[in-house]
Write a protein that binds this ligand. Structure first.
Ligand code: FAD
Length: 462
């Protein structure tokens, strides 16, 4: 019987059917989806992952890979049938090798992102991928969703950090592609096919990742602005003066900080009063902040910004970033929310926000916009919280019309309806709508070629 075979493969500590233990693994982060499973297995070697996948394929049973379960599209949650196997990568979490001279690190898929950042710091290097869920999301999940985060502006997304991969394919075969080459033109670049594939093409078991020089001293700036468009102009001005020394440039709306102050202990408005928009920015400074001060003074004089603070010390910088990283957490207690993780060309951010406001005012005037995002990538979290005290379920059901209108606006501006979180199950229909025709046909052909029995995370993405 399959379950007994799986238990034998992973050993006593490597499986669970206990309801309490399974509960956090069967619910999506926002609680929007709940699944069931035949058994959860947690192998601790690549060989065990291979045996598990092979046994499931032979029995025609679906495997759902799961990392930290912080994904926001339901990709890591099994369906409601109770017939799928949940494959947790949490115990496959060793750092296999770190080589400062080669500026690379080989990590297993279950390594927590924050632990990889720390391992890099321990040898005087820097791993730039950084997002609010970094204390629990895993490298395998980051790669499978092509995660972005706050440092994409300077370093690119997860995709750009990968030099090689080790992947268990649908029939259990292990592809050993853990190279650390910066140049390699030998055939198709297979590793990139698995990045962003949300567990539908293979199970990532390990990755070779790029490390960077320690960026050295940085300054953290909190800037208040009268308009969101001002943030786009501010970024352009700062880039002109500081070039690629800007590491992160995050736009935050007034309501976001109000929610943080309301729900996150020990937080306070940075300026002691509200402003319509803020930018939280991190800049590599070298020895002096004079150049940054003078860049800010110019923009203050022009009225582009309303006020600015440069964090006095690491404690204050950490406090500012804690506020940014708490935005999703602070939105939770405010009830149901529609999350739109969109991208538009950077020059269209102002127009998108202006026209989005009109849509909201017209379609759901009492709903509360909670907008924040990564200006330098044109990626905004255009989230909408339910009206205070409203019925959350009804708001989500009615919200489909608002979501469609927002995605139409995004498409008109040449953007993407999914810029960071992937497709999972929650955005499948939009993939067909906005990437249909040749693009989805190609995706289906790839899926069929790599997973002909459709046992790897079926029902997700396409
Ligand atoms: C508070 C908060 C803030 C966030 N901020 C950001 C952000 O700034 N940028 C961003 O991009 N995302 C963000 N996210 C979304 C989420 O953290 C990322 O998508 C993250 O990369 C998911 O990693 P995970 O380990 O939790 O993956 P999971 O949620 O466990 O899985 C995600 C998908 O990857 C698949 N998968 C997981 N591991 C593997 C593997 N080893 N092999 C094959 N498939 C696998 C799963 O089947 C699923 O389809 C945020 C989420 C939260 C809760």
């Amino acid at each position: 019987m399959l379950v007994d075979d799986l238990k034998a493969i992973v050993g006593e500590k490597g499986w669970s059917v206990d309801a309490d233990e399974l509960a956090p693994h069967l619910t999506e982060w926002r609680g929007r989806l709940r699944g069931e499973t035949l058994v959860m297995v947690a192998p601790n070697t690549t060989a065990q992952v291979s045996e598990v996948v092979k046994a499931c394929a032979a029995a025609d049973v679906a495997v759902v890979p799961q990392g930290g379960n912080t994904g926001l599209c339901g990709g890591a949650i099994p369906d409601a049938s109770g017939q799928q196997v949940l494959l947790s990568l949490a115990r496959l979490n060793s750092i296999r090798r770190i080589d400062p001279n080669d500026s690379s690190i080989i990590v297993e898929a279950g390594c927590i992102l924050a632990d990889v950042q720390q391992a890099a710091r321990n040898v005087g290097r820097y791993f730039p991928l950084s997002l609010s869920a970094e204390g629990s999301c895993q490298i395998g999940g980051n790669l499978s969703t092509n995660a972005g985060g706050i440092n994409v502006l300077r370093y690119g997304t997860a995709r750009e950090q990968v030099l090689g991969l080790e992947v268990v394919l649908a029939d259990g075969t292990v592809w050993h592609g853990l190279r650390s080459l910066r140049k390699d033109t030998a055939g198709y670049d297979m590793k990139q096919l698995f990045v962003g594939s949300e567990g539908t093409l293979g199970v990532i078991t390990a990755a070779t990742l790029k490390l960077y020089p320690d960026p050295g001293k940085t300054a953290t700036l909190f800037v208040a602005l009268p308009t969101a468009n001002g943030a786009v102009q501010l970024l352009a001005r700062m880039r002109k003066r500081l070039a690629d020394r800007i590491q992160a440039f995050e736009l935050i709306s007034e309501r976001c900080l109000q929610f943080v102050v309301r729900h996150i202990p020990d937080s306070a408005l940075p300026f002691g009063k509200d402003y319509p928009w803020y930018v939280l920015c991190e800049v590599i400074v070298g020895d002096s902040v004079t150049e940054i001060e003078s860049a800010l003074a110019d923009t203050l004089e022009d009225g582009l910004i309303s006020d600015a603070i440069i964090a006095k010390n690491k404690g204050e910088a950490d406090r500012f970033w804690r506020m940014r990283h708490s935005l999703s957490e602070a939105q939770k207690p405010e009830g149901a929310s529609l999350k739109h993780d969109i991208a538009v060309p950077i020059g269209s951010i102002g127009e998108f926000l202006e026209r989005g406001d009109s849509l909201l005012a017209h379609m759901s005037p009492d709903a509360r916009l909670v907008a924040f995002g990564h200006v330098g990538d044109g990626n905004l979290h255009y989230n909408v919280s339910q009206p205070a005290g409203a019925d959350g379920g009804r708001f989500l059901a009615d919200g489909i019309k608002l979501t469609s209108a927002i995605y139409e606006l995004v498409a008109e501006l040449g953007g993407s309806f999914s810029a960071e979180h992937g497709i999972g199950v929650l955005k499948k229909e939009y993939l067909r709508q906005y990437r249909g025709g040749a693009e989805v046909t190609l995706m289906e052909a790839v899926k069929t070629a790599l997973d002909p029995k459709n046992t790897l995370n079926p029902g997700k993405v396409i």
